[in-house]
Design a protein around this ligand. Structure first.
Ligand code: CMP
Length: 139
């Protein structure tokens, strides 16, 4: 089934000029980038986005990192896009990520792990709506 997922190329990736290389992995996997914008995430946006993690010890560090440099927010579309993107991102911790995955190739550590991808279709809808209006998504 064709569906959409939400992606962020994180500050550690944009700082190292990895936008194109990561987009190549995404496109080579058959996912289409149907919306994309480079933004400086505000503290309020980062706090809202990661609200589910607010009790975690790394929450402050996470919000700090996400606002430290520009990010690229994206909508990806394709067959089983949520699961497909999680597969090509690899495990959250790059030490546990499979060969060839984005995090294995590019991530620095569990915090600076280069990319975010939605973990469910429901969350994908909520996350996309936080950053894009429907008319900005061109499938
Ligand atoms: P992401 O997929 O964006 O969702 C939550 C983020 O929290 C995760 O990627 C990591 O960047 C970060 N994270 C998860 N676990 C840890 C951890 N143990 N230490 C620091 N950051 C973490």
């Amino acid at each position: 089934m064709t569906e959409r997922t939400f992606s962020i190329l994180k500050p550690d990736a944009t700082e190292r000029n990895l936008t194109g290389k990561i987009n190549a992995v995404i496109e080579d996997a058959g996912l289409r980038i149907v919306a994309q914008r480079r933004i400086r995430m505000t503290e309020a946006q980062a706090k809202t986005f990661y609200e589910v993690h607010k009790e975690r010890p790394f929450y402050g560090e996470l919000v700090g990192q996400m606002t430290s440099a520009p990010v690229v927010v994206q909508v990806l579309e394709g067959e089983n896009a949520v699961a497909k993107y999680r597969e090509i991102m690899g495990a959250t911790n790059p030490e546990q990520a499979a060969e060839g995955t984005i995090r294995k190739l590019f991530a620095k550590n569990v915090g600076e792990n280069s990319v975010h991808g939605s973990d469910s279709q429901d969350n994908a809808k909520l996350e996309i709506a936080q950053f894009f209006t429907e008319d900005q998504i061109v499938g």
